[in-house]
Design a protein around this ligand. Structure first.
Ligand SMILES: COC(=O)C(/C=C/C1=C(C)CCCC1(C)C)=C/O[C@H]1C=C(C)C(=O)O1
Ligand SMILES: O=C(O)CCC(=O)C(=O)O
Ligand SMILES: [Fe+2]
Length: 364
């Protein structure tokens, strides 16, 4: 994908939320204050955490057994009903996960001037700062991000790979490889759960694009006024989310017009479906809309890997999911063009899917 340089847009001043917190914790600049229309209060309280469907990866890895079949049924049910699940016994070493978490936290704790050596410029979602800001009056999220495209190497921006904290870039390389293997295996089992051959997505995606983003949410004196991360569906096929240990509840899932707080098991990884899986299954599976809220007392951090098709491939609903009862909902499109559309707009609920959606008379 051509690196979209949207350098002629004015984004106004974007405060670093960690600096805001440090210098004047009671000050919430107006650009961070959401009006009520945007922040429907969750109907459920944080005490009613949503039960996250859990898949045991070690059972999926067993040969063709009844146990594996049951786990695949669990996986497909979670994908169809919720669009997310958590995976335990995922096989990624806890040492690596702890290391990437510690190094990511150390990165965010670096002095501001050090982090500003890796600026995130509008339209390029890589680097340190706030992604998806495209206008001066756009509300900002209470979040500092650091993101890199990691695969293919040709899409990397080497000058944004930090040399501090020590070992961060090297650990990121290892983390990229291990999470990629998990994504590829999960997509094989998701394919089987759809009644497809397990190679379906590896053949469809080509050399999958992979990006990683660390989100750091400092405490906020008025969490009721701000949004940690705006509501969105991910522009991935699947996303792997690791929540830092000791994080307060922050991630919320939209289901039946209600925001449900979820907190993944610290020994599991949270997986959510992105727009691409909704398109290729013609809506049988749906990308889940989610957001993150801020917390008054505690900081929170997430490490998120996005796994998506190559920019070169064409994506569209598979014939297996189109029939007279399920008319085709999306056109076929070049994934690179979808990626440009996604990455040059603010986070906007599930509007990212409109890029490929076929508008029908009665479509709302
Ligand atoms: C919520 O954020 C995303 O879904 C997302 C997805 C980015 C991507 C696509 C839309 C198409 C395939 C490539 C890629 C995974 C980059 C956010 O971008 C991530 C990835 C980087 C890098 C980042 O800043 O956040
Ligand atoms: O921090 C979280 O829990 C959500 C992060 C997320 O949705 C994202 O980075 O796409
Ligand atoms: Fe997300």
């Amino acid at each position: 994908m051509a690196k979209v340089l949207v350098s002629n847009i004015k984004v106004g001043h974007i405060d670093d939320v960690q600096e805001l917190r440090k210098t004047n914790p009671k000050n919430i600049p107006q650009r961070f204050v959401r009006d009520d229309t945007e922040k429907s209060q969750p109907i459920t309280s944080a005490t009613t955490l949503l039960d996250i469907p859990t898949v045991d990866f070690s059972k999926l890895l067993k040969g063709i057994t009844q146990e594996r079949h049951q786990e695949i049924l669990k996986l497909s049910a979670a994908c169809e009903e919720w669009g997310f699940f958590q995976v335990k016994n995922h096989g990624i070493s806890q040492k690596l996960l702890d290391s990437i978490e510690e190094l990511s936290k150390d990165f965010f704790m670096l002095p501001s001037e050090e982090k500003k050596k890796y600026p995130m410029i509008p339209g390029i979602v890589q680097g340190y700062g706030q992604a998806f800001v495209f206008s001066e009056n756009q509300k900002l999220d209470w979040c500092n991000m650091f993101a890199l495209v990691t695969v293919p190497p040709s899409e990397r921006l080497p000058h944004l790979w930090p040399n501090r904290p020590e070992g961060f870039s090297e650990t990121l390389e290892e983390h990229t490889i291990e999470v990629r293997k998990l994504c590829q295996k999960l997509l094989e089992f998701i394919a089987l759960g759809l009644g497809l051959k397990e190679e379906t997505f590896s053949e469809m995606f080509g050399e999958a694009v992979q990006g990683v983003r660390m989100n750091y949410y400092p405490p906020c004196s008025r969490p009721d006024l701000v949004m940690g991360l705006s509501p969105h569906s991910d522009g991935s096929a699947i996303t792997v989310l690791q929540e830092a240990k000791g994080s307060p509840v922050g991630l919320e899932i939209l289901k039946n017009s209600t925001w449900f707080p979820v907190q993944p098991d610290p020994n599991a990884l949270f997986i959510n479906l992105g727009d691409t899986l909704e398109v290729v299954t013609n809506g049988k599976y749906k990308s889940v809309e989610h957001r993150a809220v801020a917390n008054e007392e505690k900081d929170r951090m997430s490490i998120v890997t996005f796994y998506a098709p190559s920019y070169e491939v064409e994506i569209g609903p598979m014939p297996e999911f189109v029939d007279e009862n399920n008319p085709i909902k999306f056109k076929r499109y070049n994934h690179g063009e979808y990626a440009v559309d996604y990455l040059t707009n603010k986070l906007r609920g599930k509007k990212s899917l409109d890029f490929g959606r076929i508008q029908t008379q009665n479509s709302n």
